[in-house]
Structure formats: C-alpha cells, structure tokens
Ligand binder design. Structure first.
Ligand code: SF4
Length: 349
C-alpha cells in the first residue's frame, strides 16, 4: 500500500433538502478502501449520463467497427507507432483481437476526482515497459481470461453495492488493446446503463484518430506522462516525447475532461518544467496530477531510480505547476471544479 496524504470530508454542500458530500484521498492502494472509515469518495448524481449513451446508435452500427478497423489497419495507438495492421499482422505489442483482463476490483487510485473506481485491469505485458513500472504483481499474477459481456454485469454489481465514482480501464496500456476493447464496448448494457463515467488511463497515442474511437465511450481521459524518456523499452527523444504528449492532450481536451498524470521521477524537475511549459496554452482545459515515483521494492534499479522521490522534490514540482496556473487533480478543493458542469446541471446526491 502506498499512502501519500489523507483527507477526510472536503466539501459538504447543501442545496435545499439535498446534500452533496465529497471526500478525497490521493491514496494509491489495491486494497479496497470501501468499508473503512472516512472513505475517499467523489459522488456524482445517480442520473449521470455517460457519453457512451450519446453514441449508442453509432457504436451498435456496422460503421463503428468499420471506422475502428480502418484506423487500426496502420496502428499507431501506442508510443511505439509501429504502423502494423492490427487485423492481419503480428503486432510487436503482442496484442490480438482478444482483450485479456482480470476480474474488476474497486480501487482508490491516484486521482481523487475519479475515486473510488471499479477498475477493469488489463492482464497483459505492456510494450512500453517502463523500467520504473510499479505494476502490482499480485494483479499481474492473477489468472486472466478474455474479456466478455459478463464483465459488464460484474461491474454493475459493484456499482450497485458500493459508492464508486467511475469505471476505469487501467493497468498496463489499454491503447494497445483497442481491438478487443472495441468488441467489449459493443456489448455495453445500453438497455440498463451503468451511470458512471468511463475513465481511460493510457499513454498518449501517436495517431490522433484513435481518439475519434475513444471519444464515443470515454468521459475522462487520464493521459499518462513520464518525466524521462529513458525509462521506455524503446528509444524516444525527450523533445519528441513532449511533442507527442502535447498533441494528444490538446486533442483529447477539446471535448472531454482531462487529467494529465505526470510521473515525478527523482531529478527530473527540469523535464517536468519542459512538459508543463509546453502545456501552458491548455491550462484552462486540463488538470494535472503529480504521481510520486516509488521505487519498486522487487527491482534493482540504477541511479537515479534506485530510490523513491522525496517529498521535497514533489512539493517543488507541485508548487511550480500551481504557479503556472494549473489546477491539481489531487487537491481536494478541485473536486468540485472538475465536476462542476455535471453537478450544477443535475444536482449531486
Ligand atoms: S499498439 Fe503499438 S505496438 Fe501494438 S500494433 Fe499498435 S502501434 Fe504497434
């Protein structure tokens, strides 16, 4: 369990007889926090309308599959951008049409604004394979099975029983699993929808047309950005990496809520500055979250990644980001701002 800071109730807002209560805790833990005292929860209205409902007709039509296949015929869904045909060639990421998953779990992840979440964990190795990856070995070790429609009913069961905020695709790299996920999306229970935002946590895509597909079912993008490009399993120049991140973030923030998640590695303050400065023109459209690098205890890494980042460095990074006018997705007072449009329109629980 990796614990940063803890907050209790952060907003308690009364509107007539209605009371909306928000809790937040930037807790990173695979232990279900539900059932504990002071559960970190962001509560959205029960009648929340996920974006997938707007695209029902398109998703169920043959056009959806045709358009998706067209884009994936020269796949540049992940940072490798290999350009293979996902429907006939062997992809270097090892992905096929089958999306392997582990059973959904409830989790409080890094960004409190979408906590707690039902996570649908991807159970496959990731082509990006950062040396600093902290993928939880106990999830990785679970037996994984191809995704099927049954997972939606399991997800709904959790949503019915627990005060979860969102449904997240997470772990490894969901962009590489797009073909299988597209099939899964077509099995969404439109007749009895799960009224939670769908959160897509991935590295930036090279081909921006990927987001045309994702926009049909994703409510919130969490774009995973690193603070060093040396950690990837394939070479990318840092400037080029920043350019790819900015392009993707500009695209997804056109019409969706976006959290830019920056993994803060030790000694990478200047690189984070590069990225933050390059995103300045989007500061009114995005939230940033700074994720602490914790050295994976089971890995033997060279300097500077042989130790976790210090709180001093984190404070310096967060102060810089705030000075530049960005809002942090991990700060309690920003929960309401993040969901303001939804809460104002419909009234919270
Ligand atoms: S997801 Fe990445 S590695 Fe896999 S086929 Fe697409 S671009 Fe290539």
């Amino acid at each position: 369990m990796f614990l940063s800071k803890k907050y209790d109730i952060i907003i308690r807002e009364k509107r007539g007889a209605e009371e909306r209560v928000f809790f937040i805790d930037p807790l990173f833990s695979s232990a279900p926090a539900l059932g504990l005292q002071n559960v970190p929860v962001t509560i959205l209205p029960e009648n929340f309308e996920p974006v997938i409902l707007k695209y029902k007709d398109y998703i169920l039509s043959p056009d959806f599959e045709r358009d998706a296949r067209e884009i994936l015929r020269e796949c540049r869904a992940c940072l490798l951008g290999c350009g293979r045909n996902r429907y006939s060639d062997k992809a270097p990421c090892g992905s096929t049409d089958t999306f392997l998953y582990c059973d959904p779990i409830t989790i409080c992840g890094e960004e409190g604004v979408v906590n707690p979440a039902v996570k649908i964990p991807i159970a496959k190795p990731c082509i990006i394979a950062c040396t600093t990856c902290l993928f939880d070995p106990h999830i990785q070790g679970n037996a994984s099975v191809p995704l099927n429609a049954d997972i939606w009913s399991k997800t709904r069961d959790i949503c019915d029983k627990e005060p979860v905020c969102s449904v997240e695709f997470c772990g490894k790299e969901p962009n590489t699993e797009l073909p299988g996920i597209i099939d899964f999306i077509r099995n969404y229970p439109f007749d009895r929808p799960i009224r939670k935002p769908i959160v897509w946590i991935s590295n930036p895509a090279i081909d921006l047309r990927i987001y045309d597909i994702l926009d049909t079912f994703v409510d919130v993008y969490v774009v995973d950005c690193k603070s060093d490009s040396f950690i990837f399993s394939f070479p990318i120049d840092w400037k080029e990496y920043v350019r790819v991140c900015v392009r993707a973030i500009e695209r997804v923030s056109e019409n969706r809520k976006v959290i830019v998640r920056i993994l803060a590695l030790p000694g990478c303050f200047n690189k984070i500055k590069d990225l933050v400065n390059a995103l300045l023109f989007l500061k009114d459209r995005i939230f940033i979250s700074v994720i602490r690098y914790i050295k994976p205890p089971w890995k033997d890494l060279k300097k500077p990644y042989d130790k976790s980042i210090s709180e001093k460095e984190i404070t310096k990074i967060e102060e810089y980001i705030k000075e530049k006018g960005f809002l942090l997705a991990t700060e309690p007072e920003n929960v309401y701002i993040f969901w303001r449009d939804i809460l104002n329109q419909r009234g919270g629980k």
